[in-house]
Structure formats: structure tokens, C-alpha cells
Design a protein around this ligand. Structure first.
Ligand SMILES: Nc1nc2c(c(=O)[nH]1)N[C@H]1C(S)=C(S)[C@@H](COP(=O)(O)OP(=O)(O)OC[C@H]3O[C@@H](n4cnc5c(=O)[nH]c(N)nc54)[C@H](O)[C@@H]3O)O[C@H]1N2
Ligand SMILES: Nc1nc2c(c(=O)[nH]1)N[C@H]1C(S)=C(S)[C@@H](COP(=O)(O)OP(=O)(O)OC[C@H]3O[C@@H](n4cnc5c(=O)[nH]c(N)nc54)[C@H](O)[C@@H]3O)O[C@H]1N2
Ligand code: SF4
Ligand SMILES: [Mo]
Length: 672
């Protein structure tokens, strides 16, 4: 008889599923979605359904390891925990004595979405006063900054309200792949008569199922959204009363920017026919209750901030933001009212040297005064997922860099470590979760004993703190004390939660009270014109300008998005999912392939000035001519050779210092 444990999925995913883990004789035998959670009700995704093969994978790291081969080679010998911790603490203390704490960089990210496993390790580096990571620039920092500049630090509409919408636009979001429970709600809305439009350069699975697919060129969304505004204003579909009451600067935008975005010019920029631009504006302007799901794919571009700002302003033009459950779905987390400072920023200096998450290579190779002499990586695989992985790997290969990687697997990054520490996977930990794609939170108890000698992120951070003499109370708290600490200064819906009952409560909904979209900008309004951006020397109004990517001499534009079975590299620890996804591929339109004499199944080389990667070619009209699509970011050993981020520059986006994977230019040719 299996024991069933109610817990939570901790993968970096907006859905935050409530799960039922079926455990027999200490082994996970089945995972299913908990029917008691109305949003994620009843199903887990295709990846997590195969979680037993990830958790019990023969490739798990079971003991601490010390490097015996060259950096990057991946040859290690087991050592015991005490020796590993003694060595780490000894090395770190010597660096601090000699150069101060800035010689150490803690690089922890999001593979465990539990608030404590995600943040207590980072809190340790805060307390130590080391060089700090500016996290998430690979992911959503640009999108966040653009949303913040436009609406302020506020949550969005309740995604569950989508069932009442008559028009849904998935703008740069492949819902079937990365937000499958929202997709299920969109399907429910469509059964009630709603129309689904997808705006995406790729005919994704989501686009293939939509009523209408609008396919702009990569990076041209600001022009498309401004074109839609142009038509809305021109054809009397703007809600002038709402614009006057709740927004700032539309008059200036209408005078100074919109005249440049008439449908003809928008067609020339985006490739979307002018008739489609007009129709999109008319369908949107006439909807009774519309909801735009704003995806972050388009924000990983040099004009990413302009894209998010322009799209997030659309519901202000039609007044959709005035209606409860309409407007935009973006990131819910800001609407919840937690005060994270107690668990993220304990003692330690308020200011320190910062390293942008997307610029690890530069930091390792070029920082001085002092250089980075010790690196700690957890919950992230920068040798694969950061831009410019050639430089990242050159930095990781430095003989004088002392690297510790805490991971359940020997990731590509771990292959460069001096010491690899075995990490638990989330089902072997207990933690507290809050969703970033819906308004739920839940306590997730441990379902399994740790594999071998694996430790959780929290246990490791607390043990290191003790040995390093860090006395901050955070590092001796139990999980229940951490939960109480997290709730101490909560506001809004979260403040009303009875913390004592959380452990057994299952999913708890904490949506802000239904009503119009709120704004918390300096003006208190939706800002078409942002004084804050103007003061930073940035365009105060959304705009589009010609940007030919990192090097216009290369003929093709790269489009990279999560893979269906291999969205993040953590899933490469699961052999079954690796097989399902197949080898890393590059997808070209038939015309682009023909021009190069390439055929489906060919071994091809993707190349630009930064390097080359070899993959298998697929030929498909899901992308337009001139685009090279690479789904997923796969470890170097899985491709014929290399990983796609070899090709991506570490140039930053216009807002929020984000990565610009989608601005990469390259060519594809037959592999030699
Ligand atoms: N199941 C599962 N869900 C996940 C994740 C996971 O690993 N597994 N990962 C999570 C994480 S960390 C994140 S950040 C999110 C990822 O969320 P997103 O980055 O929003 O990823 P996608 O939903 O694939 O949407 C990206 C889409 O944007 C499109 N796109 C790229 N460039 C442009 C452009 O210039 N314009 C337009 N209009 N579209 C463009 C791509 O073709 C792609 O279809 O998903 C999260 N969800
Ligand atoms: N070309 C391109 N590059 C991209 C993107 C893209 O769309 N295109 N997307 C970017 C985005 S949005 C993101 S979020 C990143 C994702 O990139 P990463 O953050 O690197 O994502 P993961 O693959 O989840 O890697 C996390 C690592 O943590 C490990 N891990 C899993 N669970 C635990 C745990 O509990 N504790 C510890 N210590 N380790 C654990 C995993 O085994 C894995 O090695 O990639 C970015 N890179
Ligand atoms: S959809 Fe997301 S939250 Fe749900 S099981 Fe899959 S990865 Fe986990
Ligand atoms: Mo992400």
C-alpha cells in the first residue's frame, strides 16, 4: 500500500501545482495533481508525471565529491561531508582574511521554488558581505522592470478569472509548454465562447491550437502594439474617459509616438499585414472582457522593455483594466504582500559589489580589486543557461578559482567544481511555497528521505553559517520558525492567514479583492509617460527603433524558447524525458534550408563570431524564413557538440539589465 503525501511542485514554473506523491517502501511510485486545488486541479504536466525517474535516477550525486581530473572533465572521488565542509570553510576564511569577503560570489537561483531553499543560501552570502548576485537577469528582470515602470509593483488580474473572458491574447507565451494549467482555463473560456489569439513569431503548439495566430518578426512587438494603439485611437475604440481618469501621458504618446506607427509602417517593421494589424485592433477594441497573458520570451531582447511596456499599456487604452478579472495576466507574486526582507536580507552590508546573473563569464574573467576567488553555485546551471557560455566556461576553468556546486546531478557546471555537494530534490525537502503565476500558497512537507547523503539547500546554508560563525537567528531556525518569520510583516491578503494552521492547510488562495487593476507608480496611474524612466535617460514612452541584433552581418535571427520535455536543464537528469525530447535540434523554414542546401535530419553547425554549436536540423514552416529556432537549452554532451548559449552575447536589455538571447544573429551550415 502506498502512502499518499500532499505536497507541492517546486520546479521553476508559474503553476505551482499541488501534488499527491504516492510513496511505497521509500520510493516514489506515482505523482498526480491534487484534485483539491482548483487551479492546478487533477493533473501534473508531462514532465512531472515522470518524476519517479528523476528522483530515483542512477545519475543522482549521492556523496560529496572532490575533483580529481581537470576542470570541466567531470572526474571526481567521493569524500565525506565533514571533510568537504572543512575545506570550503577553510578556503573561504583564508580569502576573507586576505582580500575581504568580496572575493567570494554566491550564485544561487530558482531550481527550488520553496521560499527557504531558494533564499536562505542567498541570505548567507548577504550576511557574509560577499559580492552579491543580481539574480534573474537571465529570466524576468527586464519584464519586471518594464511592468514596474508602467503599473508599479503590483500584482495582475487573477489568472483563474480568464474563464469569464471573451477574448484572450497569449502574447509571447507558449502556454501549452510553460503554463499548462492556465492553458486548461483558457480552454474552458473557449468552450464558453472566448476567442484565443496568439502573438508569437513561432507557430507554437499553443498557436497551432488558437483561433488566430499573429506572427510578428522577433523583437518587433513594440511596433505591433503601438500600431494597435494607433488604430484604436484613430477608430474611436479608445476609452477616453478611462484614459483621462486612470492614466498618464496618453496625450503625449498620441501626439509624439503613435503617428509613426500607422499600419503600413507597422507591416514593414513586423511583417504582419496591415489588414491584420487593423483587425487585431478591432477585435481587441470591441471585446467585452479581454485578458492579455504577457509572456517573457519577448523581453529577452535588446528592446525587451519596450515590448513589455507597450503590450502592458494596451488594456489601458481600451479600459479593460477597469474591469475585475480583465486586463493583463503577468506575474502574480507582487500582489501577495509578503515582506521577504527577513529571509532574504538579514545582517550584512546593505550595499556591496554586484554581479549580473547574465555576466558570470565577465565577472570571473575580468573583475579585480579583488577578483572572484571562490564561487558557490546552487539551483542554477550557468555553464549551459547563461549567455556567452564560452566565456562562462573559460571563467569556470580558471585554475585559481575555488568552485563549489550544490546540485542533485553532476551538471555541466558541476563538472568544473572543485567540490560537488549532493543536493536533495524538492520531494526530499519541506518548504513553503507561493505561486508566481496564480494566487495560491501552500506548505509542502517532505515526501521522501534524501537520496544517499544529499542535503537540502537550507540545511547546507545553515551548516555553513554555523561553521563560519554567522550568528544571525535565521541560520538556526526550524522550518516552522522560518514560516513565522516570513509572515511577520505581511500585508494585504497574506496578513489574514493563520500561520499555525498552514502546515496542514493544503492550498490557500490569497488573491487581492476583485476589482479594477491597481497602479502603484509615482503618479498612482498607468504611465504611458514615465518620469522615472526619463530621469534615467531612458525613453519615457514606449517606442520601437531599428535594432539589428548583436551583429547584423549574420543573416539569421535566433529564436530560443523552453523545450516541451526539456524546458530547463534540471529535466536532463531524467533519462525518459531526454529520450522524449530527442537530440537538440535547430529548426529552419523550408526556404531558409533550401537556400543553404540543407535537408531535414542533416547534422548542422550554428555559427557566429562567438563560436559554433552542432545540432540536428529539422525543417518546418513553424518559423518564418530568416529565423533559426532552438527549443530548450541542453547540456553540451547532448547536442552533437556545444550548447546554444555559446552563440548568445551578454549584452543587456533596454530595461532591467536582462539577457538578450533573442537578439542573437547567426548562420546555419552543414556540419563539417
Ligand atoms: N512546465 C514548465 N513551465 C515553466 C518552466 C519550466 O521549466 N517548465 N520554466 C519557467 C520559467 S523559468 C520561465 S522564465 C517561463 C518561461 O516563460 P516564457 O519565457 O514566457 O516562455 P514561453 O512560454 O515559452 O514563451 C516564450 C515564447 O515567446 C516567443 N518569443 C520569443 N521572442 C519573441 C518576440 O520577440 N515576440 C513575441 N511575440 N514572442 C516571442 C517564443 O517563440 C516562445 O513561444 O516559463 C516557466 N514555466
Ligand atoms: N538560450 C536560452 N537560454 C536561457 C533561456 C532561454 O529561453 N533561452 N531561459 C533562461 C531562463 S528564463 C532561465 S530561468 C534559466 C534556467 O536555467 P537554470 O536556472 O540553470 O535552470 P535549471 O535547468 O532548472 O538548473 C538548475 C540546476 O539546479 C539543479 N537543482 C534542481 N533542484 C535543486 C535543488 O533543490 N537544490 C539545488 N542546490 N540544486 C537543484 C538542477 O539539477 C540544475 O542543475 O535559463 C535561461 N537561459
Ligand atoms: S506544470 Fe509546473 S508546477 Fe505543475 S507539475 Fe509541471 S512543472 Fe510542476
Ligand atoms: Mo525563467
Amino acid at each position: 500500500m502506498a502512502t499518499v503525501i500532499r505536497t507541492v511542485c517546486a520546479h521553476d514554473c508559474p503553476d505551482m501545482c499541488s501534488l499527491l506523491a504516492h510513496v511505497e517502501h521509500g520510493r516514489l511510485v506515482r505523482i498526480e495533481g491534487d484534485p483539491a486545488q482548483p487551479y492546478t486541479a487533477g493533473f501534473a504536466c508531462a514532465k512531472v508525471n515522470r518524476e519517479p525517474e528523476l528522483v530515483h535516477s542512477a545519475e543522482r550525486v549521492r556523496t560529496p565529491l572532490r575533483r580529481v581530473g581537470a576542470k570541466g572533465e567531470g572526474r571526481f572521488a567521493p569524500i565525506d561531508w565533514d571533510d568537504a565542509l572543512d575545506e570550503i570553510v577553510g578556503r573561504w576564511q583564508a580569502i576573507v582574511r586576505e582580500h575581504g569577503p568580496l572575493g567570494i560570489l554566491g550564485y544561487c537561483y530558482s531550481a527550488h521554488q520553496g521560499q527557504f531553499n531558494r533564499w536562505v543560501p542567498m541570505a548567507l552570502f548577504h550576511a557574509l558581505g560577499t559580492t552579491r548576485l543580481l539574480p534573474g537577469t537571465v529570466c524576468d528582470s527586464c519584464a519586471d522592470a518594464a511592468w514596474d515602470a508602467t503599473l508599479g509593483p503590483v500584482g495582475c488580474a487573477d489568472p483563474e478569472a480568464v474563464v469569464g473572458a471573451d477574448l484572450v491574447i497569449a502574447w509571447s507565451a507558449d502556454l501549452v509548454t510553460t503554463n499548462v494549467h492556465f492553458w486548461a482555463k483558457v480552454e474552458e473560456a473557449r468552450r464558453r465562447g472566448a476567442t484565443l489569439v496568439v502573438v508569437d513569431p513561432r507557430r507554437t503548439r499553443t498557436a497551432a491550437h488558437a483561433d488566430w495566430h499573429v506572427a510578428p518578426r522577433v523583437g518587433t512587438d513594440p511596433a505591433l502594439a503601438l500600431g494597435v494603439m494607433h488604430v484604436l485611437a484613430r477608430d474611436g475604440l479608445a476609452d477616453r474617459e478611462y484614459l483621462a481618469r486612470e492614466t498618464l501621458g496618453f496625450d503625449r504618446l498620441e501626439r509624439e509616438v503613435l503617428p509613426r506607427f500607422a499600419p503600413d509602417r507597422v507591416e514593414a517593421i513586423t511583417g504582419v499585414p496591415r489588414a491584420e494589424v487593423e483587425r487585431l485592433a478591432h477585435v481587441y477594441g470591441r471585446a467585452r472582457r479581454s485578458l492579455i497573458r504577457i509572456g517573457t520570451g519577448m523581453s529577452r531582447h535588446r528592446l525587451g522593455g519596450q515590448s513589455i511596456r507597450a503590450v502592458a499599456l494596451l488594456p489601458g487604452v481600451t479600459g479593460a483594466y477597469a474591469m475585475a478579472g480583465a486586463g493583463a495576466v503577468f506575474i502574480t507574486a507582487l500582489g501577495m504582500g509578503f515582506d521577504f526582507s527577513a529571509i532574504r536580507t538579514p545582517s550584512g552590508p546593505a550595499e556591496t559589489r554586484l554581479v549580473n546573473h547574465s555576466r558570470l563569464g565577465e565577472a570571473l574573467l575580468e573583475l579585480s580589486g579583488p577578483p572572484i576567488e571562490a564561487l558557490f553555485v546552487a539551483g542554477n546551471n550557468p555553464a549551459v543557461t547563461c549567455p556567452d557560455t564560452v566565456r562562462v566556461r573559460r571563467g569556470l576553468a580558471r585554475e585559481d578559482l575555488f568552485t563549489v556546486v550544490h546540485d542533485p546531478f553532476v551538471s555541466d557546471t558541476a563538472r568544473y567544481a572543485d567540490i560537488v555537494l549532493p543536493a536533495t530534490v524538492y520531494l526530499e525537502t519541506e518548504d513553503f511555497y507561493r505561486s508566481y503565476g496564480a494566487y495560491y500558497m501552500q506548505f509542502g512537507p517532505r515526501a521522501l528521505e534524501p537520496a544517499g547523503e544529499a542535503w537540502s539547500n537550507v540545511r547546507l546554508a545553515q551548516a555553513l553559517a554555523r561553521r563560519l560563525g554567522v550568528t544571525d537567528p535565521l541560520f538556526s531556525m526550524s522550518t516552522d520558525e522560518l514560516v513565522r518569520t516570513l509572515f511577520r510583516n505581511a500585508t494585504g491578503a497574506v496578513a489574514g492567514v493563520d500561520v499555525g494552521t498552514l502546515r496542514d492547510a493544503g492550498p490557500v488562495k490569497v488573491a487581492p479583492p476583485p476589482g479594477p487593476q491597481r497602479f502603484r507608480t509615482p503618479s498612482g496611474k498607468l504611465e504611458f509617460y514615465s518620469e522615472r524612466l526619463a530621469r534615467q535617460g531612458l525613453p519615457p514612452m514606449p517606442d520601437w527603433w531599428d535594432d539589428e541584433g548583436d551583429d547584423p552581418r549574420w543573416p539569421l535571427a535566433l529564436l530560443t524558447a523552453p523545450g516541451y520535455f526539456q524546458s530547463h536543464t534540471v529535466f536532463s537528469g531524467n533519462p525518459a524525458l531526454r529520450r522524449r525530447e530527442g537530440p537538440p535540434v535547430c529548426i529552419l523554414n523550408p526556404a531558409t534550408a533550401r537556400q543553404r542546401g540543407l535537408a531535414d535530419g542533416d547534422a548542422v553547425e550554428l555559427v557566429n563570431d562567438r563560436g559554433q554549436v552542432r545540432m540536428v536540423l529539422r525543417v518546418s514552416d513553424e518559423v518564418a524564413p530568416g529565423v533559426a529556432l532552438v527549443p530548450g537549452q541542453r547540456p553540451a554532451g547532448e547536442a552533437l557538440d556545444g550548447t546554444v548559449n555559446v552563440l548568445c552575447a551578454d549584452t543587456l536589455s533596454d530595461l532591467g539589465a536582462g539577457a538578450t538571447y533573442q537578439s542573437t544573429r547567426l548562420d546555419v551550415r552543414k556540419a563539417r
